[in-house]
Design a protein around this ligand. Structure first.
Ligand SMILES: *Cc1c(COP(=O)(O)O)cnc(C)c1O
Length: 307
Protein backbone atom coordinates (compact mmCIF):
# COMPACT_ATOMS: atom_id res chain seq x y z
CA UNK A 1 0.00 0.00 0.00
CA UNK A 2 1.23 3.52 -0.78
CA UNK A 3 2.65 5.53 2.08
CA UNK A 4 0.18 8.14 3.20
CA UNK A 5 2.61 10.97 3.69
CA UNK A 6 2.30 12.08 0.09
CA UNK A 7 -1.45 12.56 0.20
CA UNK A 8 -1.63 15.53 2.53
CA UNK A 9 0.38 17.72 0.23
CA UNK A 10 -0.94 21.17 -0.61
CA UNK A 11 -1.55 20.35 -4.27
CA UNK A 12 -3.89 17.52 -3.45
CA UNK A 13 -6.01 19.10 -0.73
CA UNK A 14 -8.07 21.88 -2.27
CA UNK A 15 -9.35 25.05 -0.73
CA UNK A 16 -12.74 25.91 -2.22
CA UNK A 17 -14.72 29.12 -2.17
CA UNK A 18 -18.09 28.67 -0.48
CA UNK A 19 -20.48 31.01 -2.26
CA UNK A 20 -23.63 31.36 -0.20
CA UNK A 21 -25.90 34.38 -0.54
CA UNK A 22 -25.69 35.12 3.20
CA UNK A 23 -21.91 35.58 2.86
CA UNK A 24 -22.24 37.90 -0.14
CA UNK A 25 -24.95 39.90 1.65
CA UNK A 26 -22.65 40.42 4.62
CA UNK A 27 -19.58 41.11 2.45
CA UNK A 28 -17.38 38.30 3.67
CA UNK A 29 -15.44 35.72 1.71
CA UNK A 30 -15.43 32.16 2.93
CA UNK A 31 -13.12 29.35 1.84
CA UNK A 32 -13.27 25.74 2.95
CA UNK A 33 -10.14 23.62 3.37
CA UNK A 34 -11.32 20.20 2.24
CA UNK A 35 -9.45 17.93 4.63
CA UNK A 36 -12.31 15.48 4.08
CA UNK A 37 -10.66 14.73 0.73
CA UNK A 38 -7.37 13.67 2.30
CA UNK A 39 -8.19 9.99 2.17
CA UNK A 40 -11.44 8.01 2.05
CA UNK A 41 -10.83 6.40 5.46
CA UNK A 42 -8.32 8.52 7.38
CA UNK A 43 -10.40 11.54 6.81
CA UNK A 44 -9.86 15.09 7.91
CA UNK A 45 -7.95 16.15 10.96
CA UNK A 46 -7.32 12.61 12.17
CA UNK A 47 -4.21 12.06 10.06
CA UNK A 48 -2.67 15.24 11.47
CA UNK A 49 -3.46 14.17 15.02
CA UNK A 50 -2.07 10.66 14.53
CA UNK A 51 0.98 11.10 12.31
CA UNK A 52 3.40 12.26 15.02
CA UNK A 53 2.46 9.30 17.23
CA UNK A 54 3.35 6.96 14.37
CA UNK A 55 6.68 8.76 14.02
CA UNK A 56 7.30 8.25 17.76
CA UNK A 57 6.41 4.56 17.45
CA UNK A 58 8.85 4.23 14.57
CA UNK A 59 11.61 5.97 16.51
CA UNK A 60 11.10 3.72 19.50
CA UNK A 61 10.83 0.69 17.25
CA UNK A 62 7.40 -0.20 18.61
CA UNK A 63 5.40 -2.51 16.35
CA UNK A 64 1.94 -1.73 17.68
CA UNK A 65 -0.21 1.30 18.33
CA UNK A 66 -2.97 1.23 20.91
CA UNK A 67 -5.74 3.74 21.20
CA UNK A 68 -9.24 4.35 22.56
CA UNK A 69 -12.67 5.30 21.26
CA UNK A 70 -16.39 4.70 21.12
CA UNK A 71 -18.08 2.32 18.66
CA UNK A 72 -18.64 5.15 16.11
CA UNK A 73 -15.31 6.89 16.58
CA UNK A 74 -13.70 8.52 13.53
CA UNK A 75 -10.43 8.33 15.44
CA UNK A 76 -10.61 4.54 15.83
CA UNK A 77 -11.14 3.98 12.11
CA UNK A 78 -8.44 6.46 11.18
CA UNK A 79 -5.95 4.94 13.63
CA UNK A 80 -6.69 1.42 12.37
CA UNK A 81 -6.23 2.43 8.74
CA UNK A 82 -3.14 4.60 9.34
CA UNK A 83 -1.53 1.78 11.34
CA UNK A 84 -2.29 -0.73 8.60
CA UNK A 85 -0.85 1.46 5.86
CA UNK A 86 2.26 2.28 7.83
CA UNK A 87 2.91 -1.31 8.80
CA UNK A 88 1.86 -1.32 12.46
CA UNK A 89 -0.34 -3.72 14.34
CA UNK A 90 -3.18 -1.89 16.11
CA UNK A 91 -5.28 -2.38 19.21
CA UNK A 92 -8.50 -0.47 19.83
CA UNK A 93 -9.92 -0.25 23.34
CA UNK A 94 -13.64 0.29 22.67
CA UNK A 95 -15.99 1.95 25.15
CA UNK A 96 -18.90 -0.24 26.26
CA UNK A 97 -19.81 -3.91 26.07
CA UNK A 98 -19.47 -5.60 22.72
CA UNK A 99 -22.65 -4.85 20.73
CA UNK A 100 -24.44 -7.76 19.10
CA UNK A 101 -24.32 -5.86 15.80
CA UNK A 102 -21.04 -4.15 15.15
CA UNK A 103 -21.24 -0.60 13.81
CA UNK A 104 -19.79 -0.01 10.34
CA UNK A 105 -17.00 1.88 12.14
CA UNK A 106 -15.99 -1.20 14.12
CA UNK A 107 -16.23 -3.44 11.05
CA UNK A 108 -13.98 -1.12 9.08
CA UNK A 109 -11.45 -0.91 11.91
CA UNK A 110 -11.40 -4.70 12.28
CA UNK A 111 -11.01 -4.95 8.50
CA UNK A 112 -7.71 -3.09 8.86
CA UNK A 113 -6.59 -5.69 11.36
CA UNK A 114 -7.31 -3.70 14.50
CA UNK A 115 -7.66 -5.95 17.51
CA UNK A 116 -10.76 -4.69 19.31
CA UNK A 117 -11.11 -4.98 23.07
CA UNK A 118 -14.50 -4.04 24.48
CA UNK A 119 -14.48 -2.71 28.02
CA UNK A 120 -17.29 -1.37 30.16
CA UNK A 121 -17.60 2.38 30.60
CA UNK A 122 -15.98 2.44 34.01
CA UNK A 123 -12.90 0.49 32.93
CA UNK A 124 -12.75 2.51 29.75
CA UNK A 125 -12.59 5.71 31.73
CA UNK A 126 -9.82 4.34 33.89
CA UNK A 127 -7.80 2.85 31.06
CA UNK A 128 -8.00 5.90 28.82
CA UNK A 129 -7.11 8.42 31.54
CA UNK A 130 -3.81 10.20 31.07
CA UNK A 131 -2.68 8.97 34.47
CA UNK A 132 -3.05 5.36 33.26
CA UNK A 133 -0.47 5.65 30.51
CA UNK A 134 2.29 4.05 32.66
CA UNK A 135 -0.04 1.16 33.58
CA UNK A 136 -1.08 0.65 29.96
CA UNK A 137 2.54 0.80 28.86
CA UNK A 138 3.41 -2.00 31.30
CA UNK A 139 0.45 -4.06 30.12
CA UNK A 140 1.22 -3.48 26.43
CA UNK A 141 5.02 -2.99 26.26
CA UNK A 142 5.07 -3.36 22.45
CA UNK A 143 2.58 -0.55 21.96
CA UNK A 144 2.76 3.18 21.45
CA UNK A 145 -0.23 4.52 23.39
CA UNK A 146 -2.24 7.20 21.56
CA UNK A 147 -4.71 9.02 23.82
CA UNK A 148 -8.39 9.04 22.85
CA UNK A 149 -8.84 11.38 19.90
CA UNK A 150 -5.06 11.87 19.58
CA UNK A 151 -5.44 14.45 22.32
CA UNK A 152 -1.87 14.95 23.43
CA UNK A 153 1.10 17.16 22.58
CA UNK A 154 2.05 15.18 19.44
CA UNK A 155 -1.58 15.52 18.28
CA UNK A 156 -1.50 19.28 18.83
CA UNK A 157 1.84 19.64 17.05
CA UNK A 158 0.59 17.57 14.13
CA UNK A 159 -2.55 19.71 13.86
CA UNK A 160 -0.47 22.87 13.51
CA UNK A 161 0.73 21.43 10.18
CA UNK A 162 -2.80 21.78 8.77
CA UNK A 163 -2.05 25.44 8.14
CA UNK A 164 0.88 24.52 5.90
CA UNK A 165 -1.70 23.46 3.34
CA UNK A 166 -2.95 27.00 2.76
CA UNK A 167 -1.72 30.55 2.26
CA UNK A 168 -2.45 31.25 5.88
CA UNK A 169 -1.76 34.97 5.60
CA UNK A 170 -4.71 35.42 3.24
CA UNK A 171 -7.19 34.81 6.05
CA UNK A 172 -8.47 37.00 8.86
CA UNK A 173 -10.11 34.07 10.59
CA UNK A 174 -9.62 30.34 10.86
CA UNK A 175 -12.72 28.49 12.06
CA UNK A 176 -12.88 24.86 13.14
CA UNK A 177 -14.97 22.51 15.22
CA UNK A 178 -13.95 21.61 18.75
CA UNK A 179 -14.23 18.14 20.27
CA UNK A 180 -11.22 17.57 22.50
CA UNK A 181 -9.81 20.88 21.25
CA UNK A 182 -6.60 19.26 19.99
CA UNK A 183 -6.99 20.59 16.46
CA UNK A 184 -8.06 23.99 17.77
CA UNK A 185 -4.93 24.27 19.93
CA UNK A 186 -2.76 23.16 17.00
CA UNK A 187 -4.31 25.73 14.68
CA UNK A 188 -3.86 28.45 17.28
CA UNK A 189 -0.19 27.56 17.67
CA UNK A 190 0.34 27.31 13.93
CA UNK A 191 -1.48 30.53 13.15
CA UNK A 192 -0.24 33.83 11.86
CA UNK A 193 -0.20 36.21 14.80
CA UNK A 194 -2.85 38.59 13.48
CA UNK A 195 -5.65 36.07 13.13
CA UNK A 196 -8.88 35.16 14.81
CA UNK A 197 -9.06 31.50 15.74
CA UNK A 198 -12.69 30.60 16.31
CA UNK A 199 -13.86 27.22 17.52
CA UNK A 200 -17.36 25.77 17.41
CA UNK A 201 -17.91 23.29 20.22
CA UNK A 202 -19.86 20.12 19.46
CA UNK A 203 -20.13 19.21 23.14
CA UNK A 204 -22.80 20.36 25.55
CA UNK A 205 -22.08 22.07 28.84
CA UNK A 206 -18.52 23.16 28.10
CA UNK A 207 -19.09 26.92 28.54
CA UNK A 208 -17.32 26.99 31.89
CA UNK A 209 -14.25 25.22 30.58
CA UNK A 210 -13.12 28.31 28.69
CA UNK A 211 -10.71 27.66 25.88
CA UNK A 212 -9.94 23.92 25.64
CA UNK A 213 -6.31 22.91 26.10
CA UNK A 214 -5.53 26.52 26.88
CA UNK A 215 -2.27 25.65 28.61
CA UNK A 216 -0.99 24.23 25.35
CA UNK A 217 -1.74 27.35 23.35
CA UNK A 218 1.54 29.22 23.28
CA UNK A 219 0.47 31.80 20.76
CA UNK A 220 -2.66 33.09 22.46
CA UNK A 221 -1.49 36.59 23.34
CA UNK A 222 -0.43 37.26 19.78
CA UNK A 223 -3.75 36.27 18.26
CA UNK A 224 -6.48 38.85 17.82
CA UNK A 225 -9.02 36.42 19.20
CA UNK A 226 -8.92 32.82 20.31
CA UNK A 227 -12.23 31.53 21.58
CA UNK A 228 -14.98 28.98 21.33
CA UNK A 229 -18.74 29.30 20.65
CA UNK A 230 -20.96 27.02 22.69
CA UNK A 231 -24.36 27.56 21.07
CA UNK A 232 -24.13 25.18 18.15
CA UNK A 233 -23.96 21.67 19.63
CA UNK A 234 -27.62 20.89 18.76
CA UNK A 235 -28.23 19.25 22.12
CA UNK A 236 -24.85 17.59 22.59
CA UNK A 237 -22.32 15.27 21.05
CA UNK A 238 -23.71 13.41 18.01
CA UNK A 239 -27.18 14.87 18.62
CA UNK A 240 -29.06 16.12 15.58
CA UNK A 241 -32.44 17.41 14.53
CA UNK A 242 -34.35 17.89 11.28
CA UNK A 243 -33.04 21.41 10.91
CA UNK A 244 -29.45 20.18 10.87
CA UNK A 245 -30.18 17.40 8.37
CA UNK A 246 -32.06 19.87 6.17
CA UNK A 247 -29.09 22.21 6.36
CA UNK A 248 -26.69 19.45 5.31
CA UNK A 249 -28.78 18.57 2.27
CA UNK A 250 -29.26 22.22 1.36
CA UNK A 251 -25.55 22.97 1.69
CA UNK A 252 -24.73 20.02 -0.53
CA UNK A 253 -27.17 21.20 -3.19
CA UNK A 254 -25.77 24.74 -3.08
CA UNK A 255 -22.07 23.92 -2.91
CA UNK A 256 -21.42 20.22 -3.51
CA UNK A 257 -19.76 20.04 -0.09
CA UNK A 258 -20.74 17.01 2.01
CA UNK A 259 -20.64 17.38 5.80
CA UNK A 260 -20.98 15.01 8.74
CA UNK A 261 -23.71 15.50 11.33
CA UNK A 262 -21.41 15.23 14.38
CA UNK A 263 -18.88 17.94 13.57
CA UNK A 264 -18.69 19.74 10.26
CA UNK A 265 -22.40 20.34 9.65
CA UNK A 266 -22.61 22.12 13.02
CA UNK A 267 -19.48 24.10 12.10
CA UNK A 268 -20.76 25.43 8.79
CA UNK A 269 -24.24 25.97 10.24
CA UNK A 270 -22.59 28.14 12.91
CA UNK A 271 -20.63 30.16 10.36
CA UNK A 272 -23.82 30.83 8.37
CA UNK A 273 -25.68 31.82 11.54
CA UNK A 274 -22.87 34.09 12.76
CA UNK A 275 -22.74 35.72 9.32
CA UNK A 276 -26.48 36.31 9.41
CA UNK A 277 -25.99 37.93 12.83
CA UNK A 278 -23.20 40.10 11.38
CA UNK A 279 -20.56 38.73 13.70
CA UNK A 280 -17.80 38.95 11.09
CA UNK A 281 -16.22 42.27 10.08
CA UNK A 282 -17.17 43.50 6.64
CA UNK A 283 -14.52 42.49 4.11
CA UNK A 284 -13.09 39.64 6.19
CA UNK A 285 -11.78 36.47 4.67
CA UNK A 286 -12.58 33.31 6.57
CA UNK A 287 -11.15 29.84 6.28
CA UNK A 288 -13.32 26.97 7.48
CA UNK A 289 -11.47 23.75 8.24
CA UNK A 290 -13.56 20.86 6.93
CA UNK A 291 -12.18 18.25 9.31
CA UNK A 292 -13.79 15.26 7.57
CA UNK A 293 -15.72 12.68 9.58
CA UNK A 294 -18.03 11.66 6.75
CA UNK A 295 -17.81 7.99 7.70
CA UNK A 296 -19.93 8.85 10.75
CA UNK A 297 -22.92 9.51 8.47
CA UNK A 298 -23.03 5.74 7.97
CA UNK A 299 -25.00 5.51 11.21
CA UNK A 300 -27.90 7.55 9.75
CA UNK A 301 -30.93 5.81 8.27
CA UNK A 302 -30.55 5.24 4.52
CA UNK A 303 -32.08 8.09 2.51
CA UNK A 304 -31.59 10.71 5.27
CA UNK A 305 -28.96 12.49 3.20
CA UNK A 306 -28.93 13.19 -0.52
CA UNK A 307 -25.16 12.50 -0.73
C1 LIG B 1 -12.40 14.03 15.70
C2 LIG B 1 -12.99 15.11 14.90
C3 LIG B 1 -12.98 16.45 15.33
C4 LIG B 1 -12.53 16.84 16.71
O1 LIG B 1 -11.22 17.26 16.77
P1 LIG B 1 -10.61 17.63 18.19
O2 LIG B 1 -9.17 17.80 17.89
O3 LIG B 1 -10.87 16.48 19.11
O4 LIG B 1 -11.25 18.85 18.68
C5 LIG B 1 -13.49 17.41 14.49
N1 LIG B 1 -14.00 17.10 13.30
C6 LIG B 1 -14.06 15.82 12.86
C7 LIG B 1 -14.69 15.53 11.56
C8 LIG B 1 -13.55 14.80 13.64
O5 LIG B 1 -13.62 13.53 13.19
Amino acid sequence: MEPLKETWHKKIIPTERLNLSVFAANKIEVDVLRLDLIDPVISGNKWFKIKNYLAIAKDKNLKTILTFGGPYSNHIVAAACAAFREGFHSIGIIRGEEPSNWSHTLKTAAGFGMQLEFVNRKSYKEMSAESSIPIMTRKYPEACIIPEGGAGKPGIEGSADILHLVENKLYDEIICTVGTGTMFAGLANGSDSQQFIRGISVLKGMQDQGVPMEKEIKNKKKLKYCGVHHDYHFGGYAKKNDELIKFMNHLYTESGIPTDFVYTAKLIYAVVDLARKQQFSVGSKLLIIHSGGLQGNGSLAPGTLIF
